[in-house]
Structure formats: structure tokens, C-alpha cells
Design a protein around this ligand. Structure first.
Ligand SMILES: Nc1ncnc2c1ncn2[C@@H]1O[C@H](COP(=O)(O)OP(=O)(O)O)[C@@H](O)[C@H]1O
Ligand SMILES: [Mg+2]
Length: 169
């Protein structure tokens, strides 16, 4: 892929990599690489970063790369926006920015979603900490003063490591 990156660091518990996204084109290139990676289908990706960092932008490029057509709504008010790719892949895009009521976790069926098949993407996962399963891949996006994005990637499972190898190598 086009973006620069530092060498991938591997520890027994995790695998880490750092990317620079110089523009949204680099976000798109990474999203495309990830979409092509085997193992993404049932993965859980946690997306950290301040408001405006580019979490939703990344999700939109990933959804496009997976074949989702039409307008892609941001789930800020609904907490979750479900999608189905042309090949039948279910994708659940969560935004926990406004999530605060623990009862909603059960009532809205989030537990079932995370226990079931499909790709799960979550913005503001810290707001649902303690309920979410461990993420396969965690992205932390930071906006630099020159508007580029520094992206710290952490693979926390074998599935996440395979995704990182495929998309950030
Ligand atoms: N890689 C990038 N480089 C430059 N600008 C970006 C990049 N990714 C996103 N942006 C811009 O940042 C703004 C906020 O992005 P958004 O995805 O809504 O952030 P978040 O979901 O993290 O709050 C958008 O206007 C988008 O065009
Ligand atoms: Mg967002």
C-alpha cells in the first residue's frame, strides 16, 4: 500500500504497527487492503480517536470496498447501523459516542450481535468497555498538526494478526 509505516512490532500478546495516512486516499487504500484480507468476515475492529480524527471516514471506505452502495449513514444517534454486502456479509457499524444506558446493551440486542456472525466495527468503544469482547484489531487515529493521520494498529488475536499482516505489510 502507499502509506509509509514503521516496522511491525510483535510481542507474545499483540502485534503493533504504525501507519501515516497523508490524506483520505491513504485511508481508502488501507480500507481496500483490509477488505481484501481473509479473516475480516467475523472480525471485531475497535476505532479510537478524537472527534474528527477520521473513524467514520475509514468505516465508509471499508464499507464501499466491501460493496456497500448508496448513502452510508453514520450511526451516532442509532448507536448501530447494520449493512449487508452483496455477498451476504453482515456488517454492524457501532458508534458508542452517546451510549450510556447499560440496559440498552441487552434491550437493543448488542450482546447477540457480538456473539453472532458478521463484521463488527465500533467507534468510541471505551463507552461500552466491559461489555465488548476483545477486539481483533484496534486502530487509534490521531490528527497531526499538518492534518496527516498517525494510525496505531494493535492486533490482539490471531485473527487480528493475520489482518495486520495482510493489510499493513
Ligand atoms: N485521512 C484523512 N486525511 C485528511 N482528512 C481526513 C482523513 N480522514 C478523514 N478526514 C476528514 O476529517 C473529517 C472528520 O472525519 P470523521 O470520519 O467524521 O471523523 P470521526 O468519525 O473520527 O469523528 C472529515 O471531514 C474527513 O473528510
Ligand atoms: Mg464518527
Amino acid at each position: 500500500m502507499a502509506a509509509d509505516h514503521l516496522p511491525i512490532v510483535e510481542t507474545p500478546e499483540a502485534k503493533l504497527a504504525t501507519l501515516t495516512w497523508r490524506s483520505e486516499a491513504d485511508t481508502e487504500a488501507f480500507a481496500r487492503a483490509l477488505a481484501a484480507a481473509p479473516g475480516l468476515r467475523d472480525a471485531f475492529l475497535a476505532l479510537h480517536g478524537d472527534l474528527g480524527a477520521g473513524k467514520t471516514t475509514f468505516v465508509r471506505h471499508l464499507l464501499r470496498a466491501l460493496g456497500i452502495a448508496g448513502r452510508i449513514k453514520s450511526p451516532t444517534y442509532a448507536v448501530v447501523e447494520p449493512h449487508e454486502a452483496p455477498d451476504g456479509l453482515l456488517i454492524f457499524h457501532f458508534d458508542f459516542y452517546r451510549f450510556s444506558d447499560p440496559r440498552e446493551w441487552e434491550d437493543a440486542g448488542f450482546r447477540d450481535i457480538f456473539a453472532g456472525p458478521g463484521l463488527k466495527l465500533a467507534e468510541w468503544p471505551d463507552n461500552a468497555a466491559g461489555r465488548l469482547p476483545p477486539a481483533d484489531l484496534t486502530l487509534r487515529i490521531d490528527t497531526m498538526t499538518d492534518d496527516t493521520r498517525t494510525v496505531n494498529l494493535r492486533a490482539g488475536t490471531p485473527r487480528g494478526k493475520a489482518l495486520l499482516d495482510a493489510a499493513a505489510a
